[in-house]
Each structure stands twice: as C-alpha cells, then as structure tokens.
Write a protein that binds this ligand. Structure first.
Ligand code: TXA
Ligand code: MG
Length: 362
C-alpha cells in the first residue's frame, strides 16, 4: 500500500493522504468501510475505472462532482452488485410493461456487464445523483473487485468514470492517480480494465428504447435480444441531459486530435510534432516501424512519426480495450497533434468512433 501525500485537499475532506490500495480482500474491506462512511474510492471495473461514493450520501455525491470538476447537470451512474438493490432505486410501477420485459431479457443476457439502463427512479435517491431527472442510470459491473467493494459497502455506489471532467477515461490505476490523485481517499489498483470503453447507456423509459451512449456492449448485441433501438440525434447545450454526458467535446486528450476516415492517414505527409493512432496495420504501409521509443510506442523508421495500432489483427474488441490506454500513452509524449483514423463503423467500432469524434478538435 502506498501513501501518496497531498499538498492540498478540497473542502469537506480531512487532511488525510490518498492511499493506493491493492485488490486484496483486506484492502477491499477497508475501502468498502470508507465508502460506507461517505469517503470516495476509485475502483476498477471491466469498462473503465470509476470514482465511487455512497449513492444515498449527498456529501459524498457532492465530493464526486467537486473532484471531477463535473457540472451538476451531468447525472451519475449508480452501481449495484445484487439484483435486490434495484428495488432501492427503481420506481417499477411507472415503467411500461414492454420495458419491464426488455429489461428482464437484457439483464438476463448482459448483466453483470457493460450495459447501463436508464430507469424511472424512486424519490429517495438524492436528486444530486441524477441531476434532478425522474430517471437514474443503473449498472451491475462484472469486475469481481467492483462487485466485492459494492457489496461490502452495503449499498448502491454512484460512480462516474474516474477522470477529470471532459478528459480521457482511466483504464489503469495510474491514470486515476495522475488525474484525481489528490482529490480521492482511496484508489484500488485492480490492473488494466479489460473492455476499455465505458458501458453502453440504454434508455428504457422510451419506446423503442434509446441508445444514449454507444459503449462496451454493441448495438447489434442489444438488438439481437430486444429488437430495434433508436439512436437519438445529438442534443446540444446544457441543462439536465436526457441524452447523456454527450457534450460534443468529451473524452479528450490534452494534445489536439484530428480524425480521418479509415485508411485516410496513410497518404498524409508527416506534420512536425505529430503522433498517429491507427486502427489496424491496414491503415499504413508496414515494414517501416522501428523499436519502442516510449513504453510500447513505436516510431516510423522513415518519417520518425511515433504511432500506435489499436489492433494488429484489426479486431474491434482488442481495439476497444487498447483505445484509452494508447491515447493516454500518446498524450504523454508532449506532441503537437495526434492524428487518428476511424474504426469500422459497426460493433464496438461505433463506440470507438463516438469517443474519437468527441476527442477531436477539428
Ligand atoms: O462504464 C461506465 O459506465 C463507467 C464505469 C465507472 O461504470 N461509468 C461512466 O460514468 O462512464 P460517467 O458518469 O462517466 O457516464 C455516465 C453517463 C453520462 O453520459 C450521463 O450523462 C449518463 O450516463 N446518465 C446518467 N444518468 C442518466 C439519466 N438519468 N438519463 C440519461 N443519461 C444519464
Ligand atoms: Mg465519463
């Protein structure tokens, strides 16, 4: 266990340094006890790391927004680790019977896992958790560390992704340390997030259901179980969001990012200070790469441009798992610009392209 001293703490918290915990039973128990006392714990999930606080504790909820510098109009996802906990959150009586059926089918097929449902909420869930909306976002993560933590803490845990608002989502504990280190009480290191993209958000208060955020479960997988879903048009502007966190600029690296169609990077002459993110080796001429220049970043032998490839075999699941990780790596190089190419537009490629467009500054 490493203590990371902090020079400054936000208001409302004691002068206790953040502690980096392992995923041992003893450490998870400590973190769960802290959650139950209203403290903030960043923890691994199969999608990305979450910044957790007790969903029924308004002080903890307020600290989540403060730590992330997140606007209060952007509602949080509530995480459960027992199906019984749904009854503490969901106002079932106000849900259409078709939606109840779709919920059961989807939960049976995909929970625990990377699918978040928007469901009508009970009034006792504090408005702060869900921006005063009549609905709440609810997810049952499959990561065993997350499950153990939530269960031991005794209750639903509100947890947005554990990054500063608008920045790249964390897929490793070290990403959380560098973005939020001095603003949380504990960070559990559970290794790299396997899926690597946030959960898919599906609104079951609408008929047909609306896919508000493409994510770790593809539209095709959902439609194979419940039939057609609707993709709403982008809703610009502030105000409590019906279409979730989908502010146009989001998930952005510090380095400006430009996006090109699949294969479109290949013919471009290099720019000074650029780095590239390819979807697969088909996006560029092979044979020119040299050895590692930083971590797993490689460099084009002829042009000297550092680059990464999301999936050597052009596999969407592998590409999704690498996506934020590789953007974090490129972002650390101090480049002038990152040029990226789109993934194929189906399956998890839809979620990768959604994140790329929001990260894009052109
Ligand atoms: O994979 C994930 O979903 C991760 C991990 C930690 O579970 N969490 C995550 O949370 O991505 P966050 O806060 O970064 O994204 C939550 C999304 C936001 O886009 C938010 O606007 C939307 O869910 N959301 C939450 N409550 C909503 C509601 N009642 N209606 C519509 N959208 C909602
Ligand atoms: Mg987020």
């Amino acid at each position: 266990m490493n203590r990371v001293p902090t020079s400054e703490r936000n208001s409302g918290s004691d002068l206790i340094p953040m502690e980096l915990l392992s995923s041992s039973d003893a450490d998870i128990s400590r973190a769960a006890a802290a959650l139950a006392c209203g403290r903030l714990v960043a923890f691994p999930t199969e999608t990305v790391y979450g910044l957790g606080g007790d969903a029924f504790n308004v002080n903890a909820l307020a600290r989540i927004f403060e730590a992330k510098n997140r606007p209060f109009f952007d509602p949080l996802i509530i995480h459960i680790a027992r199906m019984e906990d749904l009854d503490r959150l969901v106002f079932w009586d106000s849900l259409d019977s078709r939606a109840v059926k779709k919920f059961s089918l989807l939960a049976k097929n995909f929970w625990p896992g990377p699918l978040t449902f928007i469901l009508p909420k009970l009034p006792k869930l504090p408005d702060l958790a869900n921006a005063g909306l009549p609905s709440a976002a609810i997810r049952f993560p499959s990561n065993p560390v997350a499950q153990q933590l939530i269960k031991l803490s005794g209750g639903p845990v509100a947890a947005p992704s554990a990054n500063a608002f608008g920045c790249l989502s964390p897929t490793r504990a070290e990403h959380v340390v560098s973005q939020l280190g001095n603003k949380v009480d504990f960070i559990i290191d559970g290794g790299r997030s396997g899926i690597g993209l946030e959960s898919t958000v599906l609104d079951l208060t609408a008929e047909p259901p609306r896919l508000l955020r493409p994510g770790g479960l593809s539209r095709e997988q959902i439609e194979a179980v419940i039939g057609a879903v609707e993709i709403p048009a982008q809703q610009p502007g502030a105000g409590a969001q019906k279409s979730p966190g989908q502010l146009k600029s989001h998930y952005a690296p510090l380095t400006p990012l430009c996006l090109y169609p699949s294969g479109g990077l290949n013919s471009l002459p290099p720019l000074p200070g650029e780095g590239r993110l390819y979807f697969s080796p088909q996006g560029f001429s092979t044979g020119n790469e040299s050895g590692s220049i930083s971590g797993s970043i490689i460099e084009n032998k002829q042009s000297g441009v550092p680059f990464r490839i999301l999936s050597e075999r052009g596999d969407l699941v592998e590409a999704a798992a690498n996506f934020f990780d590789m953007l974090h790596e490129l972002d650390k190089l101090g480049l002038e610009i990152i040029r990226a190419e789109e993934a194929p537009p189906y399956g998890l490629g839809a979620a990768i392209n959604d994140r790329l467009r929001r990260a894009c500054s052109n």
